[in-house]
Design a binder for this molecule. Structure first.
Ligand SMILES: [Zn+2]
Length: 659
């Protein structure tokens, strides 16, 4: 693996062979040391069934090898050829309304299709046999952005696979399924396994238990496709790490905690919402999440853009310097490299307005000049590779199944989403410069403060894990509408908040969601949005703030029992920026690094041998004072190689910069 990786998706099949030599010359000029090759190349290397033609790929692999550029070789299974889709129309995904998707774009396959799995395995085997031992192939890239265009499929293949999956899950006990899905409601009891179908569009609502199992099943099917290809590659290309590019920031249909356990290297794609004035915070969220998923293992930013993308309504170009800040934010937060989509900007097709390392205008462009400068900067940081960010003292709990459950229909408020809470809380911490990790249950021991956004669905295991964390002395903050149902969306027994009642030391009498745009005022001056609750504290539970108005006026809004706080509303961004630092201080967290916050990121990476680096990324339009460097100019990034690691307090710089 290159140290640090720098490069792009390379799609030579879009270009005449005459361009390839120029590509490699420019890659060397830009400091490219790794390319993801062949992501969409299936019909290029297998233009007709079983008629494999590796001549183009052979030539490219040789060219890259001669130039010392590492190859992250992709299995092209995200884009089955048209000859396959037309020969096997049953392999195309079907919507909940029964509409079969037409061939003609990428990800036009059902992950449960036996025909698809068979051909995907075959092309993977042929690639791994041919290039598995090639010295230029340094890692493998399986498929591309699983579940992006085809997260769920309602076809007959999927229905059969779903039933098989359920029979295993419920141990052939159909009554257990009936019980978990609550089919006594509306008389929807199953009397035969064959009556079980995916949640296709019906006359009215379907069982939430059915939906949640369908989400789990769908994720498992994509993961099974990944595992099958990975295992072929591992056998034929031993010793090379295997990855697939996540879309972690999207927080949708892949439970990436499960996926992270299956890859050798976690890698992520990240694209900014180009019109979002606070988009810099999104970089930090994606990087923190990917680092959390990697769990101490190396990870890569597999794709980002040099400038605009093409799939948003208005695709705003990155400002000068923004690309470098984006890349270096990820490296500052632990990435061992950063790649772009894509190397050369397409001349045709849907992505021709997506920026690239080599723009349409070629070398005489701002983007190319900045790309070369960035390549030099990344090469200068090569010795950072392998170091990691120290564990943060604050963590956010990410539970994908709780997110799926909360965001189903038929909830008290569609506005109370898991993703909104996670992003708002992370952004508040980012704004005040407090480092944060994303974790899953059971929570690792080292955090001082654990933040749990609305954990509507909570298993007894997770509830116990939170109790254990508090019993070890950890501080906990739990958002509203938590602890209510189990993993199958069945109410926990007893009053709300069910599984967390003892831990939180309250009884919730009634959930009182707010109207759109309605806010509530708390008597500490905070503003709450979206939600309120009528909370009755247990004896010994302290009320820290009360609702001054709104449907729960006069009642508790923030309560505390020992190290545990419960919020009966969603504090707005201003309130969070005031409350979170205060709670962090009470939990004994180290203050932010000097200069960090309000658009200036300051992070540290440390190596096992004691070396450390301080990164300061100034996303603002004004110079940022920092004791360690004097000043970080507007829009610039400073990296300080520290002479030795701080010995005792990981978040306080104690050493003088060496350079
Ligand atoms: Zn299907």
């Amino acid at each position: 693996m290159p140290r640090l990786a720098f490069g792009a998706d390379y799609n030579p099949e879009q270009w005449e062979a005459a361009t390839w030599k120029d590509d490699v010359r420019l890659m060397r000029e830009a400091g490219v040391n790794l390319v993801s090759l062949g992501v969409f190349a299936w019909s290029w290397i297998e233009p007709r069934p079983d008629a494999f033609d590796f001549s183009g790929l052979d030539e490219i692999v040789a060219l890259l090898h001669e130039s010392g550029i590492g190859i992250d070789l992709a299995t092209p299974t995200t884009a089955p050829p048209l000859w396959f889709s037309h020969a096997h129309p049953g392999s195309l995904p079907v919507t909940a309304d029964g509409l079969r998707r037409a061939p003609g774009s990428r990800q036009a396959y059902c992950p449960s299709s036996p025909a698809y799995r068979e051909r995907a395995a075959l092309i993977t085997r042929r690639l791994a046999e041919r290039y598995g031992e090639h010295p230029a192939v340094v890692m493998w890239h399986i498929n591309n952005e699983y579940a992006n265009g085809n997260p769920h499929c309602w076809c007959e293949n999927s229905a059969a696979a779903f039933r098989t999956w359920l029979r295993t899950r419920y141990g052939e006990d159909l009554e257990a399924l009936n019980e978990r899905w609550g089919t006594r409601v509306w008389g929807m009891r199953y009397s035969d396994w064959e009556q079980v179908i995916p949640p296709r569009t019906s006359t009215s609502r379907l069982s939430p238990g059915l939906w949640l199992d369908f989400y789990r099943f769908s994720d498992a099917e994509h993961l099974a496709c990944f595992r099958a290809e990975r295992d072929i590659v591992r056998t034929l290309s031993p010793g090379r790490p295997v990855t697939t590019n996540f879309m972690a920031g999207a927080l949708r249909w892949s439970d990436y905690w499960r996926w992270a356990d299956e890859v050798d290297i976690v890698s992520n794609d990240h694209y900014l919402a180009s019109e979002d004035p606070e988009r810099a915070a999104d970089l930090a969220f994606a990087a923190d999440l990917t680092r959390g998923l990697a769990g101490g293992k190396p990870w890569l930013l597999m794709e980002h853009s040099t400038s605009a993308v093409q799939w948003q309504p208005r695709n705003i170009a990155k400002t000068p310097g923004e690309m470098a800040r984006n890349t270096l934010t990820h490296i500052a937060r632990g990435a061992d490299g950063a790649l772009f989509f894509q190397w050369r900007q397409s001349a045709y097709g849907p992505e021709k307005w997506h920026s690239a390392m080599v723009p349409h205008g070629g070398e005489d462009t701002r983007i190319w000049q900045e790309t070369k400068a960035l390549g030099k900067a990344v090469a200068g940081l090569a010795d950072v590779a392998g170091s990691t960010c120290p564990p943060a003292e604050i963590a956010l709990l990410l539970d994908y199944e709780a997110m799926w459950a909360l965001e189903l229909t038929d909830r008290p408020s569609a506005d109370l989403t898991y993703r909104d809470a996670l992003r708002t809380w992370h952004q508040a911490l980012w704004n005040v410069g407090l480092p944060c990790d994303l974790v899953r249950a059971p929570v690792p021991g080292e955090q001082r403060l654990l933040l749990v956004p609305s954990l509507y669905a909570v298993s007894t295991d997770t509830a116990r894990a939170l109790q254990d964390y508090v019993a070890r002395g950890g501080h906990l903050v739990v958002g509203p509408f938590s602890g209510v149902v189990d993993s199958d969306d069945r109410l926990h027994p007893g009053p709300y908040p069910g599984a967390l009642r003892g831990l939180l030391g309250v009884r919730v009498d009634e959930y009182l969601p707010l109207a759109a745009a309605e806010t509530v005022t708390l008597d500490d001056g905070s503003t709450g949005r979206i939600w309120s609750e009528r909370v009755v504290p247990d004896p010994g539970t302290e009320v820290e703030a009360r609702f001054a108005d709104g449907p729960a006026a006069g009642g508790p809004a923030v309560v505390r029992r020992g190290n545990v706080r419960y919020l009966a509303t969603r504090p707005d961004a201003d309130a969070l920026q005031r409350l979170l630092p205060a709670w962090a201080a009470q939990a004994g967290c180290t203050p932010p690094l000097d200069g960090a916050g309000h658009g200036v990121e300051v992070t540290r990476r440390t190596a096992p041998d004691g070396r450390s680096w301080l990164f300061a990324v100034n996303h603002t339009r004004h110079a940022a004072p920092m004791a360690a460097v004097g000043v970080v100019p507007a829009g610039e990034v400073a990296v300080i190689r520290e002479s030795r690691a701080p010995a005792t307090q990981p978040h306080t710089p104690r050493t003088q910069p060496e350079s």
